[in-house]
Design a binder for this molecule. Sequence first.
Ligand SMILES: Cc1cc2nc3c(=O)[nH]c(=O)nc-3n(C[C@H](O)[C@H](O)[C@H](O)COP(=O)(O)O)c2cc1C
Length: 179
Amino acid sequence: MQTLEAITQRRSVRSYTSQQISESDLKKILEAGICAPSGMNRQAVHITAVYNPTKIHTLEEAIQKDFLKINESVSGYQVNLCYHAPTFIIVSASADSIAPELDSAAALENMLLAATSLGISSCWINLLVGKDHLPTIRSVLSSFGVPPQNKVYCCAGFGYSDHLTKERILKPDLYNIVR
Ligand SMILES: Cc1cc2nc3c(=O)[nH]c(=O)nc-3n(C[C@H](O)[C@H](O)[C@H](O)COP(=O)(O)O)c2cc1C
């Protein structure tokens, strides 16, 4: 698939089959992530691929546990981290690098587009952002190899969609050209 086609075809998918993506496709996605631009070429981003639904569930349980600790009003709420996508990718970076949030977003978008071009669906997931300091979550992240000095800036689930996506509806006037 051509790049422009991948950009227009990428959609956020929130329901997946249980089919895992192949390891060779996962590596292509990760390579696309590490090829993203980075502020002053610091390459400050670290990418962690959780390629195991059981381990994704471990992280889900940690979020559930820490959530309940900080907010009792969510006691009936069941955390669903990535809509049961079988692969979950965490992008982290050192908070004192030049532009960690932007570097991370650039890496994640590259991976979403690479996945689309391989016929793999994805969805950007914000749930973990701002919660990586909570003790149970941090300990699971550390066990996954997220570097201790890094904050989590963005994440996404990857897998095969179990439905056809609806047409994209865009607001008018989202860009202008000055001549
Ligand atoms: C910074 C950011 C955070 C997002 N967080 C979530 C999220 O937590 N859960 C979710 O289902 N979608 C999330 N999305 C996906 C957006 O909802 C989605 O991109 C938007 O609705 C447009 O749909 P499309 O991606 O299919 O074009 C996020 C997207 C971005 C860029």
